[in-house]
Design a protein around this ligand. Sequence first.
Ligand code: GLV
Ligand code: MN
Ligand code: MN
Length: 410
Amino acid sequence: MSAADVRPVVDPARLGKRIAELAAIGGNGRAVTRLGLSVEEQAARDLVGGWLGALGASVRRDAAGNLIARFGGDGPAVLAGSHLDSVLDGGRFDGALGVLCAVEAAESLRAAGARFRRPVEIVAWADEEGARFGLGLYGSGAAFGRLPAGAAERRDALGVSIAEALRALGERGEPEAARLPAGAAAAYLELHIEQGPRLERAGVALGVVSDIVGIFHARVTVEGRADHAGTTAMDARRDALAGAAAMLLAVEALARSREGVVATVGELAVRPGAKNVVPGAATFSLDVRAGDAAALEATIREIRAAVRRVGDERGLRSTVDVLSSVPVTPLDQALRDLFMRAAAAEGVAAPVLVSGAGHDAMNAQLAGVPAAMLFVRSTGGSHTPREHCDTADAALGAAVLARALGELAC
Ligand code: GLV
Ligand code: MN
Ligand code: MN
């Protein structure tokens, strides 16, 4: 049967039921917390792997903790999926929807009698969010050979390293071993909620991603001098937290001054952390993004200069440790066109969007594996329990994904 003869029919009720079932893992009825390489993320892999195994896929977990379910025999595979981990107190759709729609696409293709001319792999990348170890896009980074040096030794807040978390799952603690051999992946398709308001405002259910913003992650450490809060005069202090506050306001002002640039300080730690001690040290995170590489670079340069200037003015020592730096990533034009055609066939004139969020598709594309992303309208923002996606929109997305997969693999 050729791709043109296959008529996959997605089942919105089945998809809706699976969204609810998955949300119960790490969920409290409101928010979902399924951190990377945790027991909850593994339970989610088990649930999804069970569905795919029942469809006839051969299901495995790789050395990094990624779930890979393969239909078909040897040769380069067409990959489709997303991630199953969440941020702390996150929603039920970020990442999860992409995996569930890929399962739905595969199931509807099988039910329509499709035979895969090329192998298809449904994937769930481990720890995309980096919410536990501070290393975003971890699982796809391992698979596509883009892990930073020393990744296995990154530690969570309790001191557990990635290698130890992998060993607790029964792996060897060597995520680099998950690297896919050259040529193993022919293409990567990822469906994801939009996580922003543009599709809702445009009144369209689906969009096709042109580029993903460049993302710079760093940790800034500010060192001053801890002192008695009652006996140290204001002009004799080297208050690390006050310095960090001035730095992060400078970060905000610099990002505001440039169109299309966003910068966030989302983590802040103070030592020794007592109300009657002048802060001796402060550490904060830095997340800077832009769709324009030059604007991103200029902003990072200016942030570094501002951190130095504030430190000099206040007698503080500061260091900026870069955790990761992923460039602006244009996605594959031919696969974007494929998603456009597939959306049109489902009656949707999908607008082209730039993604402000990072996605595993970046690692595929940057490793030379053509990648494309389909966005599904979502409301309520994202990385919060308010994030929402209508099942009807999700099912439409799954139908488009099924068409695109069918065209590539059948
Ligand atoms: C992932 O959600 C990111 O963009 O940080
Ligand atoms: Mn995501
Ligand atoms: Mn996310």
